[in-house]
Design a protein around this ligand. Structure first.
Ligand SMILES: [Fe+2]
Length: 312
């Protein structure tokens, strides 16, 4: 629905993705961290949330990892309304110390990873337009809260995220020691690309062995928040699924605008935790300094966030 149609229907843009005045103002003032102005959610926003949840629930029952389903129970969300982050945090913080932290949009990579290290999850508060439930290039509260946050109630997964966040500090420390500016940028670009790929193929699009032989379950939030892809990633013969290999993951390009054709399978969250440790060691050994080029492109802002991380 266009803004004009919203006005004609007597509704407001509320906290709709890409057209929320509240968010625009926060961004204009350079505010990364914000509050969740709950009263601004419009009736349409609330209706969109209910529709997204209603159609996703049966998919979760069928395809989601057990720990995710347990997380949904732990959070005791009222699925009839957009969740309040403070309510979520009341249930989550005692479990793993993680907290959902409302943000105005894009967060530079180092700051994002550093939040994870501190058990904070930068969380989008806007919600997609109800006329396009399926695809959204940017995260929204459905992706962040219904896709990511239930996983953060699991101690093993939470520890893996914290350990991954600590990798960013290691990266910043490594490149701070490189005197030659050109070398510093080249190596940092490669390391950040490797970290982004690892995050993508695990936290965002990871699969895990299920309890039955040959069974696969979903734990990646990009899959858990996609009505179509959660089934496609497990069922479709078009998807190639492989036991995770670090050397492959850090060199595998990905694109965000279509279903993923290649996915990787971990054994458990303990396995994931160990892989993050291996990733960090590889970084220290220089094995992430020359990963293959291609997607994702590393932005100037992401590089700058590492260079200005304040480590020595
Ligand atoms: Fe995500």
């Amino acid at each position: 629905m266009s803004t004009l149609e919203s006005v004609e229907r007597g509704t407001t843009p509320g906290l709709t993705t890409t057209r929320s005045p509240f968010i625009e103002e926060a961004q204009a003032h350079g505010e990364l961290y914000i509050t969740q102005p709950y009263e601004l959610y419009s009736d349409d926003n609330q209706e969109t949330w209910r529709r997204l949840i209603a159609r996703m629930k049966p998919q979760w029952e069928k395809y989601a990892n057990r720990r995710f389903l347990d997380g949904l129970d732990i959070l005791q969300l009222d699925w009839r309304a957009v969740p309040r982050l403070e309510d979520i945090n009341k249930f989550m913080a005692p479990r793993t110390g993680f907290r959902a932290k409302p943000v105005s949009g894009y967060i530079p990579a180092y700051i994002f990873f550093d939040c994870l290290k501190n058990r904070e999850f930068p969380t989008t508060i806007t919600i997609r337009d109800g006329s396009s439930l399926d695809y959204l290039p940017e995260p929204d509260i459905f992706h962040d809260v219904a896709g990511h946050v239930p996983m953060h109630t699991d101690p093993a997964f939470a520890d893996a995220l914290v350990r991954f966040g600590a990798c960013a500090q290691t990266a910043a420390e490594i490149v701070a020691d490189i005197k030659d500016e050109k070398q510093r940028l080249r190596r940092l670009t490669s390391i950040v690309q490797a970290l982004a790929r690892f995050f993508w193929f695990t936290v965002e699009f990871g699969l895990m062995k299920g309890p039955k032989p040959g069974e696969l379950k979903v734990y990646g939030s990009g899959l858990l928040s996609s009505y179509g892809e959660i089934a496609h990633c497990v069922e479709s013969p078009e998807v190639q699924r492989y036991p995770i290999q670090l050397e492959w993951v850090v060199n595998q390009y990905f694109e965000i605008d279509h279903y993923q054709p290649v996915l990787f399978v971990v054994d458990s969250f303990e396995h994931l935790f160990d892989l993050v440790g291996e990733l960090e060691q590889w970084m220290k050994d220089g094995k992430l300094d020359n990963v293959s080029g291609g997607e994702p492109a590393v932005s100037e802002a992401d590089l700058a966030s590492f260079l200005h991380a304040g480590v020595a």
